[in-house]
Design a protein around this ligand. Structure first.
Ligand SMILES: Cc1cc2nc3c(=O)[nH]c(=O)nc-3n(C[C@H](O)[C@H](O)[C@H](O)COP(=O)(O)O)c2cc1C
Length: 150
C-alpha cells in the first residue's frame, strides 16, 4: 500500500483548519489503497520519509521563512533521504499573517535540492482561511493521495 506522509507545523487554529482540510481530502472515500501518515514536523524522521511514497508539507510563515520546525525537519532528513527519494511527488501549504514569499521560496528551494516533484499547486493562505482556502487544501490532499493510488 502506498503511503502519503503529511509533515506539518501547526501552532494555531488557523493552521489546524488547513491541516484538517488537507487530511480530509487525502482520506476521501474515493481514495483507496493509500495510507495517510501525519507527523508533526518536530517528530518526523528520515525513516518516515524513506518509507513514504509522497509528501505533503504544511507550515506557517515565520520571520520571512518556513517555520523553524519544518526547517528542522529538512535539516534532519535532507542527506539521509537525498539519494532514495528523488523524483517522488510532493505538495505544500503555507499560512501567514501577510507575506509568505520567503517561506514559499525556502520550500521550493529545498525540495528542488531533494529532486522532489511538485504534484499540485501550492496553497498560500493569509489570515483566517476562507471557504475557498479550505477547499484548495482539500484539493491538495486529494490530489496528492489520488496520485499514489495503484
Ligand atoms: C515570530 C513570528 C514571525 C512571523 N513571521 C511572519 C512572516 O514573516 N510572514 C507572515 O506572513 N506571517 C508571519 N507570522 C504570522 C504567522 O505566520 C501566523 O501567526 C501563523 O501562520 C498562524 O496564523 P494565525 O496566527 O492567524 O493563526 C509570524 C508569526 C510569528 C509568531
Amino acid at each position: 500500500m502506498a503511503t502519503l506522509l503529511i509533515v506539518h507545523h501547526t501552532p494555531s487554529p488557523n493552521c489546524q483548519a488547513l491541516l484538517e482540510a488537507v487530511v480530509s481530502g487525502a482520506t476521501a472515500p474515493e481514495i483507496e489503497g493509500v495510507r495517510v501518515v501525519r507527523r508533526a514536523a518536530l517528530t518526523a524522521t528520515a525513516v518516515d520519509v524513506l518509507e513514504a511514497d509522497g509528501y505533503l508539507l504544511g507550515t506557517p510563515a515565520n520571520l520571512g521563512y518556513m517555520s523553524g520546525a519544518l526547517k528542522h525537519f529538512f535539516d534532519q532528513v535532507y542527506y539521509p533521504c537525498l539519494d532514495e527519494t528523488r523524483g517522488r511527488p510532493f505538495g505544500y501549504y503555507v499560512h501567514g499573517g501577510s507575506d509568505t514569499t520567503g517561506a514559499v521560496r525556502g520550500i521550493e528551494s529545498v525540495t528542488t535540492g531533494l529532486g522532489w516533484q511538485r504534484a499540485a499547486p501550492a496553497v498560500n493562505v493569509t489570515g483566517e482561511p476562507a471557504k475557498a482556502d479550505l477547499a484548495a487544501c482539500w484539493e491538495l490532499g486529494a490530489t496528492l493521495a489520488a496520485g499514489l493510488m495503484g
